[in-house]
Design a protein around this ligand. Structure first.
Ligand SMILES: *[C@@H]1O[C@H](CO)[C@@H](O)[C@H](O)[C@H]1NC(C)=O
Ligand SMILES: *[C@@H]1O[C@H](CO)[C@@H](O)[C@H](O)[C@H]1NC(C)=O
Length: 336
């Protein structure tokens, strides 16, 4: 989409959080190419480089919770699949190879995958898979969580299968990791802390003569609330201590993944498939070098200690209500 991003951008020095997003999509183990079909969130490169970003998203009422910052802007390519195909999303942090840490090792939390017709409408996101805490913790460890003990250990691979007999059409898959290391308190109570959401959307086109339509789902924003037990949760609560040191929340040792239940039409198993080589670049150009003279985020970028708002330019996401075929943009003019 040849969108003109025209408001002046101030590049600000600041501390980068542990961004993680999808760098590639494998279809039945075959890589479709780095960043193909993926709506890349605004990202500011390596720590210390500065710049705005809103990855993670912490405000649950923000449109950025749908597909992250810039998530309304289409990727140039759409990934063609048929029902039953096995998709593997390749999540990374700094670069796309097996030495990348995928997500900071402190970022314990659940992983989730939804599907919606593209473009999304009211209540159109249907949950296909999720995984949360799967081994409890002897204090002071956090136990085993999907993000840090599973996805990160599997080199960033997150698997889902295109639902059986799904009707042909354009869909968005919204995959997500949630980091709860500061989730012992709600973002609304303390905006320095709070759960961190890393959603990312992939454009797919399903072909074939399937007849299954998606049921009613949930909306993003809307599906999560700061009252959800899975959003405000102290990962360090354990059976050995009923009084976690820093938390203001009750100590709950079991964990409830946010959002709705998994749709009965989703495949019950998400068997990992072995994948071939990654195709394409393995490093990322910081967005501040390719979104020239533009503004990116609806979030204000705060100094982490003083909470002073260092910049507050506003990016207004604009989601269209009808599907539009992605158009290529000239190099340097927009995103990938
Ligand atoms: C997807 O994975 C399942 C489980 O391993 C396998 O049975 C199925 O044949 C795979 N589908 C395709 C299209 O390769
Ligand atoms: C992975 O990519 C990084 C960044 O480009 C590079 O420094 C590192 O050598 C690569 N590692 C391997 C095993 O390719």
């Amino acid at each position: 989409m040849a969108r003109s991003l025209a408001i002046a951008l101030s590049i600000l020095a600041g501390q980068a959080a542990a961004h993680t997003f999808i760098w590639g999509v494998y279809v039945n183990g075959v890589d479709q190419g780095t960043f193909k079909g993926i709506r890349i969130p605004a990202y500011n490169g390596a720590p210390g480089k500065g710049g705005y970003n809103n990855s993670p998203v912490k405000d649950l009422s923000s449109i950025d919770l749908r597909c992250n910052v810039l998530g309304d802007i289409q990727a140039r390519d759409t990934i063609k699949v048929v029902p039953g195909d096995n998709l593997t999303f390749d999540w990374h942090h700094d670069w796309r190879n097996d030495t990348d840490d995928v997500i900071d090792k402190s970022h314990h939390g659940p992983s989730l995958i939804y599907i919606s017709p593209d473009p999304p409408t009211e209540n159109s996101f249907v949950k296909l898979w999720h995984s949360g805490k799967y081994e409890s913790n002897p204090f002071p460890a956090a136990g085993k969580w999907s993000t840090t003990s599973d996805i990160a250990k599997k080199f960033g691979h997150m698997n889902v299968r295109v639902p059986k007999d799904l009707k042909a059409g354009h869909y968005l898959i919204r995959a997500e990791m949630i980091a709860l290391h500061e989730g012992d308190v709600s973002y609304t109570v303390n905006p320095r802390r709070g759960a961190q959401f890393y959603p990312d959307c992939v454009q797919i086109e399903v072909t074939g003569d399937g007849a299954v339509e998606l049921p009613e789902g949930v909306s993003f924003p809307g599906a999560y609330s700061h009252e959800d037990p899975g959003v405000v949760h102290n990962v360090y609560c354990s059976t050995e201590t009923k009084k976690p040191l820093t938390s203001t929340t009750p100590c709950a040792t079991s964990y409830t993944i946010p959002g709705p239940t998994v749709w009965s039409g989703a495949w019950p198993e998400t068997t990992p498939v072995s994948v071939g080589p990654a195709v394409g670049v393995t490093t990322h150009v910081p967005w501040s070098t390719w979104v020239v003279s533009s503004v990116v985020t609806s979030a204000s970028y705060r100094d982490t200690k003083s909470l002073t708002i260092l910049g507050s330019s506003k990016y207004e996401a604009s989601w269209s209500s009808a599907y539009a075929t992605p158009t290529a943009v000239a190099e340097g003019e927009g995103r990938w």
